[in-house]
Structures are given as structure tokens and as C-alpha cells.
Design a protein around this ligand. Structure first.
Ligand code: MG
Ligand code: ZN
Length: 375
């Protein structure tokens, strides 16, 4: 080890210790360096830049569950068409491994459908899950199962949900399935005919349900978009705890699960720091549920990242631990790199600086998927 590195590390540790107001988060079991995961949980914080993470941390007594990850990286988020990506191109980079144009959903830059991680997992007989705090048809979750040229084609996206066999789905958007304006189909009835147990928030809270792993399961959290966590939405951590247990019982071959904290982005578009922090902490609780499962299971890789930063968020002079002064520079997305955190077998692959498409390629490599050759 180089002397300068030892000195730097010692200084860094010294400063860390001096500034710590709470003991560090308890460490998790070793991350099984070199091993390959059986299960993958990909958590996407929409709009979750480093400042959103920092604000959640400092608003929460200097503690987040994601600190327990053992690997960290940074990704370059630009799309094929714009330096500043939207969530469609951002999620398609993760799901298909290709840079595409803004507003694309599961299609490449030539508007051709690209094979997604979720579809590849299905092809391998792995159970799959999608959880979001947006509608299930919103850009991020949609990019894992739908193939449409424009993210606004919400009902076409819902129709694509019927073409895959997602085993566990939780999110809003029931109206795009069951109360359609572009055709007369009732996709809720079609899902039930396919064998799904379909429930919605008007019937039962998610926490009161115990989905039977013998049948695919959907719980709709809203007709359109769910509310903020600070306004009473509480299902994301519940779903994050429920989904891995369900999926593990659903099949033998390992599972793929995507969980999105969708509304960090929405709060930052509104330059609403309180809700941005509320959404960040709700997402972190979901991260905690995923990490608890992975730590107990030992065969599950957890990856946490973001599609882009939103709002040009900044924690400014005058802030104190637990009482932050926050400013925004825009109501749009920004181009800054966003963080990646990973824990579990294969986590070390996620260290470093790379393109957002690297998330796809690393997961595909670890699960032994043929790279889909999406351009
Ligand atoms: Mg999103
Ligand atoms: Zn946005």
C-alpha cells in the first residue's frame, strides 16, 4: 500500500470520526467477492442525484440504509439524443443496455423494440417483479416491459403489460388498464383471465394482503398516480419487503425485481425540498428491506441507482444537521453523474465510473444472459 494512501485514509477516517454524530450503520455480512448472484434487485431512485441522497442523509440524523452497500460507482446519464436525459431513455439504458432518444420506452434509437433484462429473465424461467410509486405505465417501470415510441402512449404501454408474464407488480395506473379511452379492452379482466390475482387500494391495503406464490399478483395503488409519502402513501417499503419473499417462493431459478422510488423526481421538478426528502427516506426504507433480504439470503445482488438528477438541488450555507437550507437551480433534469450503490454477490463490478448502459451489461454478465445486442 502506498504511504500517501495510508496517510490519506487515516486523515479521512479521523475527519469522519470527528464529525460523526451517530455510530456508523451496523455492518452487513461480507459481500461474497467473486461470487455470482442468483437473484437481482435493481432499485431506481428517479431524479436521485448525490444531493438528494445527501439531503436524505442529513435530514435523517446522518444515517441512510444505503450506506451499508459495499460498492459505489458513478454513471454518465446522457441519452442518444440529449446531454440531459429523460426517464424513458434513462430506464431503457438500464433495461436494454442501449442509449436511445428521450421519451423512448423499450425501443432503440431506430425505434426498434429492444430486449429487456426483465424479458430475458422471463425467458430463463426466472420470476420477475416490478414495484413503483408511480403508475405501472410510467416511463421507468414501462421501460422494463413495454416497447413504444413515445412515453405518453400510456394505454399502449398498459397493453404491452399483457404481453409479458410479470409475476409480482405493485404501482398505480389502474385506469390505464380498466378505464380506457383508446379502446374498449378491460385489461384488469384480461389479467384475471390470465390467472392474476388483481387487487387495488380501494379494496385493501397492500400490507393486509398475503399474495399466494402459486398465482401472479398485482396490487394497484391508485387510479393514476399515487400520492407523496408525506401525504400518507406507505406501500413502497411494504412491497419491497413482500416482493423478494414472494418471488423466491414463486420459482427455483432466481428472480429479477425492479423497485422504483418514482417521486423523488416529481418533488424536485416542483423544487419541493420537503417532499424530495420525504420521498428519499421512503425509498431508503425500501432499500433497507432489499438489503435485509439480501443479507439473510446471501445469493441476492442489490443495486441502487438513479436515471438522472432533477432540479440542480443544492444544500446551501446556513444548513445544519437535521435542518437543511435547500435551493434548486432548475425545474428540469440536469446532466450531473448519479451514484450507484451495490451489495451482495457481484457488487464489486459496480465500482467505478461508467455509462448508464453499464448497469445492463453488468447485470446481464452476472446472470449469464447473452447480451441482447441492442444498439
Ligand atoms: Mg420514473
Ligand atoms: Zn423528471
Amino acid at each position: 500500500m502506498k504511504p500517501w494512501f495510508v496517510l490519506f485514509s487515516a486523515l479521512f477516517l479521523f475527519i469522519q470520526c470527528r464529525q460523526a454524530t451517530v455510530p456508523p450503520a451496523p455492518s452487513l455480512p461480507p459481500a461474497y467477492a467473486g461470487a455470482k448472484p442468483k437473484n437481482v434487485i435493481l432499485l431506481i431512485g428517479d431524479g436521485m442525484g448525490l444531493t438528494q441522497v445527501s439531503a436524505g442523509l442529513y435530514a435523517n440524523n446522518n444515517r441512510l440504509r444505503l450506506e451499508q452497500c459495499t460498492a459505489t460507482g458513478l454513471i454518465k446519464t446522457h441519452s442518444a439524443s440529449h446531454l440531459i436525459t429523460d426517464s424513458g431513455a434513462g430506464a431503457t439504458a438500464f433495461s436494454c443496455g442501449c442509449k436511445t432518444y428521450n421519451y423512448a420506452i423499450g425501443v432503440d434509437q431506430h425505434k426498434k423494440a429492444c430486449l429487456t433484462l426483465l424479458e430475458q429473465a422471463e425467458g430463463r424461467g426466472m420470476p420477475t417483479g416490478l414495484v413503483a410509486t408511480s403508475s405501472l405505465t410510467h416511463a421507468t417501470p414501462a421501460s422494463f416491459y413495454a416497447h413504444v415510441k413515445e412515453r405518453k402512449e400510456t394505454e399502449a404501454i398498459a397493453a404491452d403489460f399483457l404481453k409479458v408474464d410479470i409475476d409480482f407488480a405493485v404501482g398505480g395506473g389502474l385506469n390505464y388498464f380498466a378505464n380506457r379511452t383508446t379502446d374498449t379492452r378491460n385489461l384488469r379482466a384480461e389479467l384475471e383471465a390470465k390467472g392474476y390475482v388483481v387487487r387495488d387500494s380501494s379494496q385493501s391495503a397492500l400490507a393486509a394482503l398475503q399474495p399466494d406464490p402459486a398465482r401472479p399478483f398485482i396490487w394497484f395503488s391508485a387510479g393514476k398516480e399515487p400520492k407523496y409519502a408525506r401525504e400518507g402513501r406507505d406501500y413502497l417499503p411494504v412491497a419491497a419487503r413482500m416482493a423478494p419473499v414472494y418471488l423466491q417462493k414463486r420459482g427455483e431459478k432466481g428472480f429479477f425485481l425492479m423497485i422504483e422510488g418514482s417521486q423523488i423526481d416529481w418533488a424536485c421538478h416542483k423544487n419541493d425540498a420537503d417532499n424530495a426528502i420525504g420521498e428519499m427516506l421512503d425509498f431508503d426504507a425500501a432499500i433497507g428491506a432489499a438489503l435485509d433480504f439480501a443479507a439473510a439470503d446471501g445469493q441476492t445482488l442489490v443495486i441502487i441507482t438513479a436515471d438522472h438528477e432533477t432540479g440542480g438541488m443544492s444544500i446551501t450555507q446556513g444548513s445544519e444537521m437535521g435542518r437543511l437550507e435547500i435551493e434548486f437551480t432548475t425545474e428540469q433534469h440536469t446532466a450531473s453523474m448519479v451514484p450507484v450503490f451495490a451489495y451482495g454477490p457481484g457488487a464489486e463490478l459496480f465500482n467505478g465510473v461508467y455509462d448508464n448502459t453499464g448497469i445492463y451489461y453488468k447485470i446481464a454478465a452476472l446472470l449469464g444472459f447473452e447480451p441482447a445486442g441492442n444498439k
